[in-house]
Design a protein around this ligand. Structure first.
Ligand code: ZN
Length: 320
């Protein structure tokens, strides 16, 4: 994918285009920004351009075609093996980079998840970042720049990737077959991440959301079994639980908005449910709930017992 097809990252891309045009590419870059905003796509576009010899890869030469299939012999992709990027992976990469390139002007590698370089692997990489063998191009990618070792940071040219504007996300979803209401909702819930918008935009996620919210509003302390089984089910998939709690926060925010007049509501397709909740809950109660959900999310992030956390949350929500 050439630069011209990447959405919403004109800042970093114009810096890279200038570097390509003037022949002043850095040895090592660090692309930082939240997940799903085009960091890796931009890294691939940069390598495509370098390999193809044009500022925008042409997309049709043998080199661009191999890049599109991620099958180029001079492209090396590195990802965490389990929780970390291990020192053996760095050593293997260094061996690869030490060979002459097969067909490209230089070798290139993308290290995805740079915050997962542990101390040993990070130290092993330092020398390579300073003087890459054969003038190789190294691009590190991270969604958590605070987790990247300072010694690594100081040896890379850092480019910041912004969260994407809601309209750009909605337009992209619509072009890709998710239209109307779901596209708008997914874009507004995604917090600037295209990846997240695509996940939410899938019919199933939106279907789940409605079912989940309806189920929650039906919970009662008088019937404790459904409450516990909801907690148990949700605790089994923590990532999904986090996602649904985020949706719940957005839903509760909408209840507040509705009580205050109704401007800017995100979950407009759930109006009957929103109206019901707005009718039965006071403003103070809604704010309390938002607080409870926030606490539960924090607890899940801290790896506190998920089932217990959700049980407590659901009991609190069922109380009123
Ligand atoms: Zn080409």
């Amino acid at each position: 994918m050439p630069f011209s097809r990447i959405i919403g990252q004109d800042g970093p891309i114009s810096i890279l285009r200038r570097a390509l045009a003037t022949g002043r590419l850095a040895h090592a870059y660090l692309f930082e920004g939240i997940e799903g905003v085009g960091k890796k796509a931009t890294a691939l576009a940069l390598i495509e351009a370098v390999f193809c010899g044009r500022e925008d890869g042409c997309g049709t030469c043998p080199s661009c075609r191999k890049m599109a299939a991620r099958q180029h012999p001079d492209l090396h992709l590195l990802e965490p093996d389990g929780a970390f990027i291990k020192i053996d992976q760095i050593r293997d990469l260094q061996k690869e980079l030490a060979y002459r390139p097969f067909e490209a002007p230089k070798k290139a590698c993308i290290i995805d998840g740079a915050e997962r370089l542990n101390q040993a692997a990070g130290n092993a990489l330092l020398k390579t970042l300073e003087e890459p063998p054969g003038n190789a191009l190294i691009i590190l990618v991270t969604a958590q720049v605070s987790g990247v070792l300072p010694t690594i940071l100081s040896r890379c040219q850092r480019l910041h990737f912004q969260s994407l504007p809601e309209e750009a996300i909605a337009a992209y979803l619509t072009e890709n077959g998710i239209d109307g209401e779901p596209a708008r909702i997914a874009a507004s819930l995604a917090g600037g991440s295209m990846k997240k918008a695509l996940e939410i935009g899938k019919d199933t996620a939106l279907g789940d959301r409605k079912q989940f919210l309806e189920r929650l509003s039906g919970l009662s302390l008088l019937e404790i079994t459904p409450l516990f089984s909801a907690a148990e089910e949700l605790a089994a998939d923590k990532e999904k639980a986090m996602e649904l709690l985020e949706l719940l926060t957005s839903f509760l925010r909408d209840v507040l908005l509705l009580k205050g007049g109704g401007d800017g509501i995100v979950n407009a397709d759930l109006m009957p449910l929103l109206e019901r909740e707005a009718g039965r809950l006071s403003q103070t109660r809604v704010m309390e709930r938002i607080g409870h959900v926030g606490e539960a999310r924090q607890a899940l992030l801290r790896n506190v017992n998920a089932r217990l956390t959700l049980e407590v949350l659901f009991m609190r929500l069922a109380k009123s």
